[in-house]
Design a protein around this ligand. Structure first.
Ligand code: SF4
Length: 357
């Protein structure tokens, strides 16, 4: 049982973050935000995968304007990611952004920040103070050194300094992220930060890498933190299609038994007993279950000798034999079919289960 750290609750559109709300899974588009059609197409795929909050980069006024057209056609809250230019932050909110991610210290001074805060108050938009190892102020680096697992102070001080800039303007609808590309610095940084503030925390490892390295780094860092009750929302950053970030995110929550979405797929690694092309069958089944919503357990096993027994908790599974395959339910034989129709028969059974269960 994970005991979650008590944090304040804020709202990004209709999604509550912090204060015991479900831990939300976010992603960020990698399209040109000004290209409304491409951005919408990507957000629709993200929504289908379960994305709950989406962020878009706002690099100029045209991108800020595009937010209005994008917002009209999506169901999840949209956050504008802005650097340096306070006018873009204001324009993004005027055009319907439901959250902004900024670094208050780099917007050009208190007056410009005040305009951003005024717009955030008017439009009821929360602000994420997002600090990265690479964006820490020079004086803090000089004082505390570059963040390391043993000493992540500069990262924390930078975040809290930026939070104070907002608080000075009477603004507290805040969440905080302190991202590092180093797994251990991420862990120790968020652990320390969580003892110093009760604002909700957005977790992430930045520049984590491709599918395998990025998944492992993010899962280790975020897995440890979430297990300690730290973190209210997160993004898994991958150098990949952002839809993969959402899939990894929900698998992470599932493995910690925090949240479930869609079926869990169990598949064996294969061994010398395997007599069918299990890899391609597993790939097809994986593709299919990603379209399903019911939280059932599905098994794809290499042999009839051990498969059903090894996967007896699965609601439904298949196991390969010599020219045949069996479909089993809860570890018990349900149907025996020829190998060449095993996949299609199994997918039809999954469809039935999705419709009836
Ligand atoms: S289920 Fe069968 S084929 Fe797969 S790893 Fe276990 S023994 Fe090997």
């Amino acid at each position: 049982m994970i005991l979650r750290r008590q944090t304040r609750k804020i709202h990004v559109g209709n999604v509550a973050v912090g204060g015991g709300s479900p831990i939300s899974v976010q992603s960020m588009t990698n399209t040109d935000t000004r290209d409304v059609d491409s951005t919408l197409a990507q957000i629709e795929r993200l929504q289908d995968a379960g994305c709950e909050i989406v962020r878009v980069a706002v690099l100029d006024q045209d991108a800020a304007l595009a937010i209005a057209a994008i917002r009209e056609q999506i169901c999840i809250p949209l956050i504008a990611d802005i650097h340096f230019d306070h006018r873009l932050a204001v324009a993004a909110m005027e055009n319907g952004a439901q959250g902004i991610r900024i670094n208050p210290g780099n917007l050009g001074g208190p007056e410009k920040l005040a305009r951003v805060v005024a717009a955030a108050k008017t439009h009821k938009v929360p602000i994420r103070v997002g600090v990265n190892s690479g964006s820490i102020e020079k004086d803090l680096l000089k004082k505390h050194g570059y963040p390391t697992p043993e000493n992540p102070t500069a990262l924390i001080e930078s975040a809290l300094r930026n939070v104070r800039l907002l608080e000075k303007q009477g603004f507290e609808e805040i969440k905080i992220s302190i991202k590092s590309s180093d797994t251990l610095t991420t862990i120790s940084g968020y652990q320390q930060l969580s003892r110093l503030t009760d604002y909700p925390l957005h977790l992430g490892v930045t520049e984590a890498g491709g599918l395998i390295a990025g998944t492992v780094k993010s899962s280790v860092a975020l897995g440890i933190l979430l297990h300690q009750g730290i973190g209210d929302t997160f993004r898994i950053s991958l150098t990949r299609d952002p839809v993969e970030e959402i899939r990894v995110g929900f698998e992470l929550l599932r493995s910690l038994k925090i949240r479930e979405r869609g079926p869990e797929l169990i598949s064996c690694p294969t061994c010398g007993r395997t007599q069918i092309d299990l890899f391609s069958i597993a790939e097809e089944v994986e593709r299919y279950v990603q379209t399903m919503e019911k939280p059932i357990k599905v098994a794809v096993m290499g042999c009839v000798v051990n498969g059903p027994g090894e996967a007896k908790e699965a609601d439904i599974g298949l196991a390969g034999g010599n020219g045949v395959g069996i479909i089993f339910k809860k570890g018990k034989l349900y149907k025996k079919v020829k190998e060449d129709v095993l996949l299609e028969t199994f997918l039809a059974e999954l469809k039935k289960l999705e419709e009836t269960k």
